[in-house]
Design a protein around this ligand. Structure first.
Ligand code: FMN
Length: 170
């Protein structure tokens, strides 16, 4: 099973990026998508002849059996960077790469509620883009304390159990 992992932060030492890298290292068949900073701003005038970076991401999503999206929480929602990527992947209308794609949603924050608000936004926009939301929403509090040692192994086991649930790639 090919699993594409998308992370929603531009920050160099991003916790969500580190979590995505760790998941890819631990999950056979998982691939980390390029940083979303590679994508231009969505422009409806460009969607029919999308820039190469967008076409490459579309192809990665289309070829994946499932996608894992790991988002930070910005002002109670998802970062614009991630929203921009989802906008690209939602188009062309009714034929975007996310349509019918099984997607596992994860939010992570150094804070105490683990991106509980961001994950609601994430699931809303993904569902509107036609994705099939699978598994429970996963929120990770105090993520900065969970990226090494036993805490990381426990977190990865939790994520992998969600990704590997029967029928995900069906
Ligand atoms: C513009 C901005 C808004 C933020 N808003 C929230 C928020 O609403 N809830 C939260 O838990 N953390 C918030 N944070 C803190 C982020 O959780 C923290 O910066 C985190 O490290 C971002 O994820 P990253 O490490 O993957 O870049 C915010 C950070 C920024 C820069």
């Amino acid at each position: 099973m090919t699993v594409l992992v998308l992370t929603g932060s531009a920050r160099r030492d991003s916790y969500t990026r580190v979590l995505g890298e760790s998941l890819v290292a631990a999950l056979p068949g998982a691939v980390l998508a390029p940083r979303l900073t590679e994508l231009p701003y969505f422009d409806q005038d460009l969607e029919a002849a999308a820039p190469a970076e967008v076409q490459a991401l579309r192809a990665q999503v289309e070829q994946a059996d499932a996608v894992v999206v790991i988002t930070p929480e910005y002002n109670g929602t998802i970062p614009g960077l991630l929203g921009n990527a989802i906008d690209w992947l939602s188009r062309p209308y009714a034929a975007g790469a996310l349509r019918g794609k099984p997607v596992v949603t994860v939010a992570a924050s150094p804070g105490a509620v683990g991106g509980a608000r961001a994950i609601v936004s994430l699931r809303t926009v993904l569902a509107n883009a036609g994705a099939v939301l699978v598994g429970p929403p996963v929120t990770v509090d105090a993520v900065n304390e969970r990226l090494a040692g036993d805490a990381l192994q426990e977190l990865l086991a939790e994520l992998i159990a969600v990704v590997e649930q029967p029928g995900l790639a069906a």
